[in-house]
Write a protein that binds this ligand. Structure first.
Ligand code: AP5
Length: 214
């Protein structure tokens, strides 16, 4: 059983690392960003409420996101939370939810990365509209230009919040609201810091060997 939280700034590589770890661990990848984008695509009530916040790089209100995570967590044993919690309030709510479900976090993986790398990574990110696979035009291009390696779709798109102005706002929001919860988890003794500037494959191997020693 493995219960993991991935914490780090936008563009640190959380989603990319999660995709690699998922290949080796039988684990549910729960990305609040991905879920919210799916809700927007399907034009649900939640999606309509979240859209304006996401487009500006602001946080979606805690109660909307927490409800969504609570529903997901009640049906899984192994999970990797990506993008949640993002505020002290969400972190405290997560503790309460897990207590109710009789579950404990094993590791909070905190990955930091240099700001210049983050901006380059986000401006070059491309995502497959069909299956969600994540690429980078320079760092991790698909094998065939413009074609998804996983599902062969030709629809690779750039996220609306990956423009320079919104990225700056997302970073500001991260430093103000999310960075403080690193200390919250450090004080609980579950924090595992890794270097997000490194190659994702290297990080995945490093983490798998720590989890295996466990
Ligand atoms: P979300 O989707 O969670 O975005 P984020 O946290 O800003 O993270 P990203 O997805 O941008 O980055 P990542 O670290 O996953 O990087 P990736 O692996 O893709 O949230 C979006 C929005 O939703 C928020 O702004 C907010 O509005 C809302 N939201 C979500 N959760 C919420 C919550 N809990 N509360 C309130 N609101 C919430 O990599 C980026 C690029 O770099 C890719 O192109 C990749 O190929 C490349 N790359 C990755 N790793 C490496 C590496 N090691 N070396 C070289 N290139 C790399």
């Amino acid at each position: 059983m493995m219960k993991i939280v991935l914490l780090g700034p936008p563009g640190a590589g959380k989603g990319t690392l999660a995709a690699l770890l998922k290949d080796s661990l039988t684990i549910e990848h729960i990305s609040t960003g991905d879920i919210l984008r799916e809700e927007i695509k399907n034009e649900t009530d939640l999606g309509m409420q979240a859209k304006a916040y996401i487009e500006k790089g602001e946080l979606v209100p805690d109660e909307l996101v927490t409800k969504l995570v609570e529903n997901k967590l009640s049906s899984v044993n192994n999970f990797m939370l990506d993008g949640f919690p993002r505020t002290r309030h969400q972190a405290e709510d997560l503790d309460k939810i897990l207590k109710r479900l009789n579950k404990l976090i094993d590791y909070v993986v905190y990955m930091d990365a240099r700001e210049d790398l983050i901006v380059k990574r986000l401006s070059g990110r491309r995502i497959c509209k069909n299956c969600g696979a994540v690429y980078h035009i320079v760092n991790r291009p698909p094998k065939q230009n413009g074609i998804c390696d996983v599902c062969s779709s030709k629809d690779l798109y750039q996220r609306a919040d990956d423009n320079e102005e919104t990225v700056k706002n997302r970073l500001g929001v991260y430093f103000e609201n999310t960075l403080p919860i690193v200390y919250y988890y450090d004080s609980q003794g579950v924090l595992l810091k890794v270097d997000g500037n490194k190659e994702s494959e290297q990080l995945s191997e490093q983490l798998l060997s720590i989890f295996n020693e466990g």
